[in-house]
Design a protein around this ligand. Structure first.
Ligand SMILES: NC(=O)c1ccc[n+]([C@@H]2O[C@H](COP(=O)([O-])OP(=O)(O)OC[C@H]3O[C@@H](n4cnc5c(N)ncnc54)[C@H](O)[C@@H]3O)[C@@H](O)[C@H]2O)c1
Length: 356
């Protein structure tokens, strides 16, 4: 039985027991209508599991959007705000977001801004959304190809983790979430990281427990610094370059679109190399990380002329302050050093090493 966690003003609940808590919560709060936001996949695979648990007399309305990162934009928000309005949404409506990180990010943003804010709950259905996107109160959408450029920090009323939803999740999407779990070990818990070292040889009988620990690590960091002025930046490890790579591949028609975790896996190797070059990480540790990640994630092909546009994109990273690109680098496995400036030459060297 997984212990619930307390986040900043909301609970993170595990397993089927969580649905009882949800029903009591709905009963105690006089919501006018329960809206459920899904995409076509979660409507097909997850709603049929969720609805039988929901014990309420209230009106339930399902709003469905197309799946994928390309939908995480303001146009889709307008569609959802319009649907909420047409279906009689008011300030006492509740929005339950059932889906991956796209649904929890956009659903949290739509709810936070509809009628100046209605209550919302996240039920993440991808591994990535369970261990990362649904935890910590960041909501938002992309602006063109710039990731998460528009958004708010606002917490849900609860997050409900039911790993049974993962049964229908494609393998590559599972891998995408795994990247964030590896990150949690690398930045905060060497022992946890060591459980993933032989990634390809494991069947993860205790996967629920690993998910729980990952959420605990992220939650502990967010609790210390909800608005990302300090230690929350630790979570950006692998993401400074990872986001730039993800954006570049998304905007470039000749490139295959990468899953978030695939870009982050490459970002973690590149930023581990930089950590090594900055003498924060040993060569042995760097190679351990590179080999473990390469055993699971395909190497991304970068052409010579990809690098400058990727570096250009770093400049737009919203994590930058005063125009300076800041990295969170590993200081040994399990420790992180934030606010590290890195010169462009070293970034380029990291790509050269990645290809080797
Ligand atoms: N807010 C944050 O702190 C935070 C953190 C990390 C990532 N994110 C965001 O999360 C997003 C990525 O999330 P994601 O990887 O979950 O992507 P996603 O929401 O696009 O889901 C991936 C795919 O899996 C499908 N799917 C979802 N659940 C399923 C299930 N149970 N069975 C079958 N198919 C299912 C979806 O329809 C989609 O096609 C990105 O936009 C990223 O920026 C946000």
């Amino acid at each position: 039985m997984m212990q619930s966690l307390t986040a900043n003003g909301y609970p993170i609940l595990f397993s089927e027991k969580a649905y009882d808590f949800l029903n009591t919560f709905i009963e105690e709060n006089s919501y006018s209508t329960i809206f459920i936001l899904t995409d076509t996949n979660t409507n097909e695979y997850c709603i049929s599991r969720f609805l039988p648990f929901l014990a309420t007399e209230k009106t339930i309305e399902i709003i469905e959007i197309e799946p994928g990162e390309s939908e995480k934009n303001i146009t889709t928000c307008v569609e959802i705000w319009s649907a909420l309005t047409e279906l009689g949404g008011d300030r006492k409506s509740l929005l339950i977001n059932i889906g991956g990180g796209v649904i929890t990010d956009i659903g949290g943003f739509v709810a936070s801004t509809f009628k100046r804010g209605i209550d919302f709950i996240h039920i993440p259905t991808t591994l990535l959304a369970m261990v990362d996107a649904s935890i910590g109160g960041k909501n938002g959408v992309d602006l063109g190809n710039l990731k998460n450029q528009i958004g708010v920090i606002n917490v849900p009323k609860m997050v409900l983790i039911d790993t049974n939803y993962l049964a229908t999740l494609p393998k590559n999407e599972m891998r995408s979430g795994l990247a964030e779990m590896l990150k949690h070990g690398l930045i905060a818990d060497a022992e946890y990281w060591s459980r993933f070292k032989e990634l390809s040889n494991q069947d993860y009988a205790d996967f629920d427990e690993l998910i729980h620990r990952s959420i605990e690590i992220k939650n502990e960091i967010v609790m210390q610094d909800p608005t990302e002025n300090g230690i929350r930046k630790a979570l950006n490890f692998g993401h400074t370059l990872g986001h730039a790579i993800e954006s570049y591949f998304l905007e470039n028609e000749n490139k295959k679109t990468l899953l978030h975790g695939e870009a982050i896996a490459a970002g973690m190797i590149l930023e581990s190399y930089i950590s090594w070059q900055k003498k924060l990480l040993s060569a042995v540790e760097y190679l351990e990380i590179k080999n473990a990640i390469n055993a699971v994630f395909e190497t991304i092909i970068f052409e010579e002329n990809d690098l400058l546009p990727i570096i250009d994109l770093l400049i737009h990273d919203k994590k930058n302050e005063y125009g300076k690109i800041q990295f969170a680098l590993l200081e040994g496995i399990g420790n992180i050093k934030i606010n590290q400036e890195v010169e462009n030459e070293l970034v380029i060297k990291s790509f050269t090493d990645y290809k080797s």
